[in-house]
Design a protein around this ligand. Sequence first.
Ligand code: OXD
Ligand code: MN
Length: 585
Amino acid sequence: MYNNKYVNEWVEQMAAMTQPDEIVWLDGSQEEKERLTKQALSTGELIELNQTELPGCYYHKTAENDVARVEHLTFICTEKKEDAGPINNWMEKSAAYAKLGTLFTGSMKGRTMYVIPYIMGPANSEFSKVGIEITDSIYVVLNMRIMTRMGKIAMDMLGDSPNFIKGLHSKGEINPEKRYICHFPEDNAIWSIGSGYGGNVLLGKKCFALRIASWLGRKEGWMAEHMLILGVQDPTGNTQYVSAAFPSACGKTNLAMLIPPKKYQEMGYKVWTVGDDIAWLRIGEDGRLWAVNPESGFFGVAPGTSMKSNPNALLTCKKNTIFTNVAINTADNTVWWEGMGVPAPAEAIDWRGNKWTPDSTEKAAHPNSRFTAPAGQCPCISENWEDPAGVPISAIVFGGRRAKVAPLVYQSFDWEHGVFIGSTMASETTAAATGAVGVVRRDPMAMRPFCGYNMGDYFQHWLEMGKKIPNPPKIFNVNWFRTDENGKFIWPGFGDNLRVLLWILARCNGQVDAVETAIGYVPNPEDIDLEGSGIDLDTLKGLLSIDKDSWTTEVADIEKHLAQFDRLPEEIKNQYEALKKRING
Ligand code: OXD
Ligand code: MN
């Protein structure tokens, strides 16, 4: 037990409800990690992998019915429905406590309750906040050890303050009928029951660092965003930082860990990773917007990660990593997944625990199988990734997967127009996901599943922040995914995206002109360097073109999208009207 009376009282109350056999307070020590790992190995919760090839790496398999975030079971629980807004699932606060209270009652009987103090953000930074997660899962404890700064360090930061986020998790029965992920932003609380899958149970991540933090950010004058943060170092050694929001399956981790094309490497360009999923942003004393990555690890999707697509991610998870729902190569007890870029093993254990061979019709690794790896192990981690002051952001980039409409890159006219672009962000569904291909789904600022309050108020908060930042980042939109008439991607993507980032930074530095169009500023084609890209100038012109017919349809779709917001700010309505006029004349 620590000696913060607020923490102790709350843990006591939760223990009275969940009735664990014992309570273990975590300190974050190495000894504790070894003890819990041993215990998880003895129960099969973890499986030891080949310790020569993958030192410190372990494997975990979740239940078959529990392999992803469950948006339909995720609720914002406030007193009033309008505070959760039209996009979130809502439960009335006291009804939610009552409903989940029934499920939590006695849920830890025969189990151990672990109390995990943790910090989101670097220790003792103005950005950072403390959470306490109570859980009955060692897997959660060991993942939180990687994803957050946990243990005594967090209690030292908290001191005797009552300001911590109260997270309660129990695996319950791992029954989808009795699974709920509930957020109580008015009480700084999160209750999650019935799941053992990362996004639902590592409460520091989506639940706290996005849903609760977005609420706190609005209240306290800062922002919590679903954004990667990267630094581009030029040959003179100067580094500028960009944060970028993309919906899932648009390559956020790949962009965060980008490897410059050969020509740029030779010139001395480098890209550094600060974060791959979440950014907390505050106005600095110098009037710029500064960002930290609140996490200390990557919870990345394994399939598709190869030495070709993202060598930095693959190298990050060579040691001290927990793999979840990938396949195990029977011959050498290492891991494998589809798209790893190496031949499939002759025999494997698939994510369900069954024998698998290359003839099997089933996937060996679950498409949402994951690695949990310490960020500090990433070969391109920024030297400033744990700087308590954060890093100054020059550009904010929005993006999505659009086969036709959006050009490769464009810049907003100003902050307000940039907020409008973010509020209408969209991505097309792919063949990889269930449902129809090419259907446009609007995902404002990539926060649709993660905004902890009314989305109209969230747009308003973005607008207010813009008024308060004396030297705001410039806002851009990118689209790496335009396709040709055969459905093939035109832009090479991956490392070549640096060419676009350099145009973005040149705009921020006032070094290049642009063409003013109906949707924003588009590059003069000759300002994006194509040498070595395999793309010629005409193709680039095509990628930058704006098709009036597609944009007329787009404008109509945006109108429908905006109509669903009960608290849509006037500025967004006006931006919409202005766009409509510019497109339709
Ligand atoms: C996500 C994730 O689902 O980062 O966005 O896991
Ligand atoms: Mn994410």
